[in-house]
Design a protein around this ligand. Structure first.
Ligand SMILES: [Zn+2]
Ligand SMILES: [Zn+2]
Length: 201
């Protein structure tokens, strides 16, 4: 099996036959992670920085204004605490930013979920969001119908969206050697049962 990254095509070799899957959907793990990071808006980064800076300012303020002489209010003690607090605050804000961007691309209420993420205490709003979020959708490259990520074919025009098993037609990973659903061996020289044909306009 070879993978042509420039053309976005994947070849599955099966016996003497070669199936070429056009891959309009990128599913490389690293690019996927970067795509996830990219949906966090600049505002979220701004507020995350603000939160981090506020934690730092609180440390300086606490050490400068201390009149008790307590050893707790010295920089070596408070600095690691402040750093940790700042990092936690920044991550929390970035998570809210992620919920904000992710809700929009899943057709969920952006404002509603952002408010829930902010105001439900102990990050429960964020947890609730990850439990309840809808599957991610995208548009079919051929008929622009809304399709779920991971669909093998477009339900409206049968355009191929992902690599599919030639036997059971389910969506498979391009790097799979066997079908995870029916066990079909993509490398064996058995006769293919059916070859999916994307409709072409
Ligand atoms: Zn379609
Ligand atoms: Zn299969």
């Amino acid at each position: 099996m070879t993978r042509d990254l420039h053309k976005g095509a994947v070849d599955l070799r099966r016996g003497n036959e070669l199936w070429r899957f056009e891959m309009p959907v990128r599913n490389e793990t690293s690019t996927r992670f970067m795509d996830e990071i990219r949906i966090i808006s600049r505002w979220a980064y701004f507020f995350a920085f603000l939160g981090f800076a506020a934690a730092g300012a609180a440390i300086v303020f606490a050490t400068l204004t201390d009149r008790t002489g307590d050893r707790f209010y010295t920089l070596p003690v408070l600095l690691p605490l402040g750093l940790l607090g700042g990092i936690i605050i920044a991550c929390y804000v970035l998570l809210i930013g992620y919920v904000n961007g992710d809700a929009a691309r899943r057709g969920m209420s952006r404002l509603g979920w952002t408010l829930l993420a902010i105001f439900i205490p102990h990050a429960l709003g964020i947890v609730l969001y990850f439990v309840l979020r809808k599957p991610r959708t995208l548009n079919c490259p051929q008929c622009s119908a809304v399709v779920e990520l991971g669909f093998g074919f477009c339900p409206r025009c049968r355009c191929r969206l992902n690599a599919v098993c030639p036997k059971c037609q389910r969506s498979v990973n391009a790097s799979d050697k066997f079908c995870p659903y029916c066990g079909c061996d993509f490398g064996a020289s058995v006769n293919p049962v059916s070859v999916p044909v994307p409709s072409q306009s």
